[in-house]
Design a protein around this ligand. Structure first.
Ligand SMILES: Nc1ncnc2c1ncn2[C@@H]1O[C@H](COP(=O)(O)OP(=O)(O)OP(=O)(O)O)[C@@H](O)[C@H]1O
Ligand SMILES: [Mg+2]
Length: 255
């Protein structure tokens, strides 16, 4: 069986900065991977390459065994890739429910407005309401997305990612800016998502939460993988430890 996601020798340079310097790894379907590393390690850049938001200088991205390296983001989304932050930024002037309904249509056509016309409104609304319940946003359906407090907005991003019924979900710092209570709720939601069989790749500086919920840790430093495996074993590795201390790792655990 092919991996849910497979990266082969991905690299990209921005001027003098080799942001990603030859990254290879495969993620099995259903796994929960924490992608960590000091500021500037290349985590977001790697996620953008996987999502089709940046073309790599070399290397390949495979989703479910299919080479998608040359495909646009929308084509990858139709193959079951979802990510929060860049793609699923909520439409602020729409209701919370419509944001999720629109997310659901996005997988079927690359044009969000055609998506709105083509879907069965009632069935999709019911499904969207169900997803909002999963992320703890029941009762907010008719509010404007713009009126949600920040913590709920972050959960709406996850709801929109879930709406496309993804196989693989990429989360770039989904806890950033959340207080302790909101962060715990968000983590619980992400955990539930993984329990439904969705493969999760989580970029996060909150190491306490990452260690608690991820089954595998991949550590990037200067665009290279310097650690990969069982979270505790990876964190005990002196090479990984030195990268954090030397790189002035910022954690939000105390926030
Ligand atoms: N569009 C760009 N143009 C030039 N340099 C870039 C660009 N995007 C990222 N970089 C550089 O590439 C390197 C990797 O950045 P990236 O944002 O991927 O790191 P990161 O691991 O996500 O860091 P953080 O934890 O702070 O979010 C950094 O040196 C950054 O300054
Ligand atoms: Mg980043």
């Amino acid at each position: 069986m092919s991996a849910a996601l497979q990266l082969d020798d991905l690299a990209i340079r921005f001027g003098g900065v080799q942001a990603v310097a030859g990254v290879s790894f495969a993620v099995e379907a259903g796994d929960f991977v924490g992608l960590i590393g000091p500021n500037g390690a290349g985590k977001t850049t790697l996620i953008k390459i996987v999502a089709g938001l940046l073309p790599p200088d070399r290397g390949k991205v495979r989703l479910g065994g299919i080479d998608v390296t040359g495909d646009a983001t929308a084509a990858r989304v139709r193959r079951g890739l979802a990510l929060t932050y860049q793609i699923v930024r909520p439409f602020r002037e729409m209701t919370v429910l419509d944001n999720v309904v629109l997310g659901a249509g996005y997988r079927r056509t690359s044009n969000p407005f055609r998506a709105m016309l083509h879907i069965d409104r009632r069935r999709e609304s019911e499904r969207a309401a169900h997803i909002l319940g999963l992320v703890g946003l029941a009762g907010t359906e008719r509010k404007l997305a713009a009126s949600l407090p920040f913590g709920q907005m972050k959960r709406l991003e996850v709801a929109r990612a879930l709406a496309i019924d993804p196989k693989v979900i990429l989360l770039d710092e989904p806890l950033a800016g959340l207080n302790h209570t909101e962060a715990s709720k968000q983590i619980e939601t992400i955990s539930d998502v993984n329990k439904q069989g969705i493969t999760v790749i989580l970029v996060e500086h909150n190491l306490e939460e990452v260690m608690r919920i991820c089954r595998r840790l991949i550590v990037l430093n200067n665009g290279l993988v310097i650690g990969d495996g069982e979270p505790r074993a990876v964190m005990a590795d002196p090479v990984v430890h030195d990268a954090y201390v030397g790189g002035g790792m910022v954690t939000h655990a105390e926030a």
